[in-house]
Ligand binder design. Sequence first.
Ligand SMILES: NC(=O)C1=CN([C@@H]2O[C@H](COP(=O)(O)OP(=O)(O)OC[C@H]3O[C@@H](n4cnc5c(N)ncnc54)[C@H](O)[C@@H]3O)[C@@H](O)[C@H]2O)C=CC1
Ligand SMILES: O=C(O)C(=O)Cc1ccc(O)cc1
Length: 301
Amino acid sequence: MFRRLALIGTGLIGGSLALALRERGEVGEVVGYSRRLDTRLAAERLGLIDRPADSISEAVAGADIVFLATPVKAMDAVLGELATCLPDDALVTDGGSVKGAVVERARAHLSAAQLARFVPGHPIAGRERSGPEAATAELYRGHRVILTPIAENRAEDVARIEAMWQAVGARVEQLDVAHHDHVLAATSHLPHAAAFAMVSSLARLAERYEVFRYAAGGFCDFTRIASSDPVMWRDICLDNRNEILAMLDHYRAELDCLRDMLESADGEAIESYFAEAKAVRDALYPAAQADLTSRPDTRGA
Ligand SMILES: NC(=O)C1=CN([C@@H]2O[C@H](COP(=O)(O)OP(=O)(O)OC[C@H]3O[C@@H](n4cnc5c(N)ncnc54)[C@H](O)[C@@H]3O)[C@@H](O)[C@H]2O)C=CC1
Ligand SMILES: O=C(O)C(=O)Cc1ccc(O)cc1
């Protein structure tokens, strides 16, 4: 499918794509660049890449596909550098969790011809661990990948990126850039923000050791994602700030509503509030995920 993949960011998301494409024989060679030398060397040692490069220009030389898998704010400098060295025939895509800000960065740095060959994307697959050691060839199997093509893209380039993700077992869909950021603020960014806040609130309790000692499964389910990478999530929060602020306000209103019911010890209201939430989750979540047949109801995204 591709002659040479240039991976910019050789951590969980980039490393997993490289591993999966290599395992399936979909790419001839993978060259990886990450900011830190030890990450590049770890990626080589773990078999994610064939060889490390010492710069972005070295990584992309001779590449026909470039995958950007750094935290979203780092893509500013990466795209700036890429504009000076991208081969004419190379396609570029990314795995960033926010799309509006990444597209803005691409528009700011790339020439018109380069921009046309940049197809933004976002795999809805990942975990709370990061770095090359966390990469697996199966990460994307049975998961959705959202592409957010821009007006400048050619249909055949979008189709090639779609085929790349399908080759690693993903189900590809398309959303408008702004709509992606609106929906993902609800489904991914709010839960992560809430998990970080929940753990922070418990960590400030005097009895915090006991809280963690006697934690039940529900605590783990709700807070696993608070172990996610702080730099990555700082960038996501800042890049999708307005959408996340709106979702936080919406969520806070529900917490206030629950608090009022509890304060007035209104058992009937609490029960019907919980029953409504349970009914919605029981019905909607499995139905909305039914096309992803390999996915059980509960596990990491
Ligand atoms: N972790 C997750 O579950 C998911 C993450 N994403 C997105 O994928 C992207 C990568 O995330 P992960 O792979 O989890 O992170 P990671 O921390 O595992 O890997 C990021 C890599 O980027 C490198 N890097 C950082 N700044 C750089 C720079 N200026 N130039 C070159 N390399 C640089 C780091 O050295 C590291 O190797 C992020 O944009 C994130 O929002 C998308 C879906 C899921
Ligand atoms: O660890 C989890 O459960 C996740 O939700 C991973 C994740 C993190 C960021 C994304 O943009 C998409 C998926």
